[in-house]
Ligand binder design. Structure first.
Ligand SMILES: Cc1cc2nc3c(=O)[nH]c(=O)nc-3n(C[C@H](O)[C@H](O)[C@H](O)COP(=O)(O)OP(=O)(O)OC[C@H]3O[C@@H](n4cnc5c(N)ncnc54)[C@H](O)[C@@H]3O)c2cc1C
Length: 404
């Protein structure tokens, strides 16, 4: 088996993994990223960056380059009931310069991060390699690296620390024997699809409160609308059993504005991707020689567009902690646990907010209908509402990209 020695092995070259890799190589640390995909031509889900994620990517010096590859600014987040917005959040009211949402293909962000990483001799990317085992000192001692496999050869990557940034179904987490607690608090699933759009970008994220199946829509680069049509959790099979004509009619009823486009561009159930909406938290985010970040540590519902945001913030927070731990030669579970101790409160807060947000925006019923416009007024027109909005969109302001 081929052997590679590095300081830090990052499993997963997504937003969390590549942001951390860049910050570490800039600080002189040798990093090897193990990524199962061979290229960036793969399917991505998350496209919207919140101001808090934009701030971190800007501080890391990659935002302008990622944007130059293409993306759309969105300045309003609206909840539309009937034909009028009951909630209309204007991102321009947040502090500049990151006072907008950015709809950007994830590969634009990852290409920019990857290109900047590749400028450093201490960076190595093992693309097309899957994590297959963790290397430990002894049978059950501290993690000391990974085995990566590209189907032809196995590579042992020996490292002082392994960072699991391999997403919601993290193999690193599973191999470390860390439980993942799934929270099925969202009572809906989403059918996800794009429609070609040759009009001017709408500049908005909109949630259409249809009586049966609410839907969301936003501009997706290049020249598309991303639609998320919701169905009650576990209820898609019954709807789909009635055939594509029935499904199309239901979608058209939810987004009448785009009924014509749906009619012309959706032909089969295979044009829709059904997504299981769930949140989850790993029971612990570290072990001796191992840390989990991003979706591997905490998975978020796509509603509210927080996942990438939180993933890049995780990377910025962990970067100086890892530098100090490596320099002290202490990568024990207690030392690396500092990351979770510092971060868990933020993550718990976002998860609570997302649950309320999902119930508030998507639930039917008399009480939700009564409360919705009142809560919306508080969010839009009171100082408390402004504070909540800032907290959710900007994230923890104390997290910044550290020098060196
Ligand atoms: C439908 C949907 C819409 C979403 N929309 C948004 C949005 O608009 N905004 C937002 O902020 N978030 C959104 N999210 C969430 C967002 O996509 C994730 O939170 C974010 O990508 C997490 O980043 P990550 O780097 O932790 O993990 P990931 O992006 O999942 O990256 C993990 C990487 O690890 C690699 N990998 C996995 N297993 C292995 C293995 N065994 N060996 C080697 N490599 C491996 C994968 O190929 C991948 O490159 C959405 C999610 C869904 C499902």
């Amino acid at each position: 088996m081929r052997e590679i020695r590095t300081d830090v092995c990052v499993v997963g070259g997504g937003p969390a993994g590549l942001t951390l890799a860049l910050l570490l190589v800039r600080s002189g640390v040798a990093v090897t990223v193990v990524e199962k995909a061979r290229s960036l031509d793969r399917e991505y889900r998350g496209e919207i960056l919140q101001p808090g994620g934009l701030r971190i990517l800007d501080q890391a010096g990659v935002l302008a380059g990622a944007r130059s590859r293409g993306g759309y600014e969105l300045t309003r987040f609206q909840l539309i009931d009937g034909d009028r917005p009951v909630l209309d959040m204007d991102y321009r009211r947040l502090p500049a310069p990151h006072n907008y949402l950015l709809s950007i293909p994830q590969r634009h962000v990852l290409s920019e991060l990857g290109d900047r990483c590749a400028e450093h001799d201490t960076f190595r990317m093992l693309a097309g390699h899957r994590l297959s085992a963790l290397l430990r000192a002894g049978d059950s001692g501290p993690v000391r690296g990974v085995v990566a496999d590209d189907g032809r050869e196995r590579v042992a990557v020996r490292a002082a620390v392994v960072v699991g940034a391999d997403g919601r179904y993290s193999k690193t987490r599973a191999l470390a024997g860390i439980a993942n607690r799934r929270h099925d608090v969202f009572d809906l699933d989403i059918c996800w699809f794009k429609l070609p759009w040759d009009g001017a970008p709408t500049g908005r994220v909109r949630i259409f409160r249809a009586p049966s199946n609410p839907a969301l829509a936003y501009d997706s680069f290049p020249g598309c609308l991303q639609i998320g049509w919701t169905v009650p959790h576990g209820g898609y099979r019954a709807v789909a059993a009635r055939g594509i004509r029935h499904v199309k009619a239901q979608i058209q009823a939810s987004i009448p504005e785009y009924a014509d486009l749906v009619g012309r561009h959706i032909h089969a159930l295979s044009d829709l991707t059904l997504l299981d909406v769930f949140g989850a938290r790993a029971s612990r985010w570290s072990d001796a020689g191992l840390v989990l970040i991003g979706d591997a540590a905490h998975t978020h519902s796509p509603l509210g567009a927080q996942g990438i945001n939180l993933a890049v913030q995780d990377a910025a927070l962990l970067h100086p902690m890892l530098l100090a731990a490596l320099s002290d030669g202490d990568v024990s579970a207690a030392r690396l646990g500092e990351f979770e101790r510092t971060r868990r409160r933020d993550i718990n807060g976002v998860m609570r907010f997302q649950t309320l947000q999902s119930k508030g925006m998507f639930s039917g019923g008399g009480l939700a209908g009564f409360l919705r416009p009142r809560v919306a007024r508080v969010l839009m027109h009171t100082p408390v509402g402004t504070r909540i909005t800032r907290h959710v969109t900007l994230g923890n302001p104390r997290i910044r990209v550290a020098a060196g």
